[in-house]
Design a protein around this ligand. Structure first.
Ligand SMILES: [Zn+2]
Ligand SMILES: [Zn+2]
Length: 272
């Protein structure tokens, strides 16, 4: 909490910022890294690969540890090295050749400004939830369109459907257009809401985790969909049905848009 005197602390307490201020003060000591033009790409790749890695290890252990199969959506499926490596290669290639130049241009136009004050906890949580809901709605419309128009499907979305049984590293196996569309929706919402940089980081971590979990092929007792009541959140089995049947469950995370438009197909009841 260094750098704040007692009157500032009182203000922070009353505004609900105190909870996040120590974390934000710590992050701001890495200001040079956070404001670097390389940070968005480094952050995106390390978070993504970091979240994929435990699932890759489970997939490698799968044939020797039968107990793991009870958590798998497709118990007899394990991705081979010939499936895993092209997916990883595609992610690294697209980030180096396409994402990095674009983030560099964005950084040059609007360098990252690190506010001194942390956001209020309630504001951070509400902005992350709003960003997720908006992202879910935008991707739902994009996704339906790219399935209903055959040219759009063939040209831009078919690549993501190459793996009918999904695995973590297949999450970002997609065309450059699809990757940029998702990135655009992501940036649009945080800009519209005027999110604090800490909120932006939190939203990106949550968004990357949920997308990897959706494709992981594992339905664990602690999976996100089990924490959200009333079937509001789809989860891994829900998105797996989209990959195997194509005509249902278009929303990436929540179920309300598919329910309203009659494209919701409930996933089979979990075994655990
Ligand atoms: Zn699709
Ligand atoms: Zn998918």
């Amino acid at each position: 909490m260094s750098g704040h005197n007692s009157s500032e602390l009182q203000v922070l307490c009353s505004s609900g910022q105190l909870f996040l201020q120590p974390l934000w003060d710590r992050l701001r000591t890495w200001e040079v890294l956070l404001q670097s033009p390389f940070f968005p790409v480094i952050f995106s790749i390390t978070t993504y690969v970091g979240f994929c890695l435990p699932f890759v290890v489970l997939d490698i252990l799968g044939p020797w540890v039968p107990a793991l199969r009870r958590y798998k959506i497709h118990p007899n499926f394990s991705p081979s090295a010939r499936q895993l490596l092209p997916c990883l290669g595609q992610t690294l290639y697209q980030h180096a050749v396409f994402v990095f130049p674009v983030t560099l241009l964005y950084w040059a136009r609007s360098p990252v400004l690190l506010h001194r004050e942390a956001p209020e906890l309630l504001q951070l949580v509400s902005h992350v939830v709003l960003c997720l809901l908006l992202f879910d709605a935008e991707v739902f419309v994009w996704h339906v369109l790219h399935h209903k128009v055959p040219w759009l499907y063939r040209t831009f979305h078919k690549m993501h459907h190459q793996n009918s049984s999904t695995f973590a590293l297949a999450t970002q196996y997609m065309s450059v257009w699809e990757l940029f569309s998702l990135g655009f929706f992501d940036m649009l919402n945080i800009t519209l809401l005027g999110c604090h940089p800490l909120t932006v980081l939190t939203f990106h971590v949550v968004n990357i985790w949920l997308s990897v979990e959706d494709h992981s092929g594992y339905d664990f007792p602690w999976s996100t969909h089990r924490w959200v009541p009333f079937g509001w959140y789809g989860g891994v089995a829900h998105h797996d049905l989209h990959h195997s049947q194509f005509n249902c469950n278009f929303a990436p995370y929540f179920t309300h848009w598919d329910k309203i438009l009659g494209t919701l197909k409930p996933a089979p009841l979990p075994a655990c």
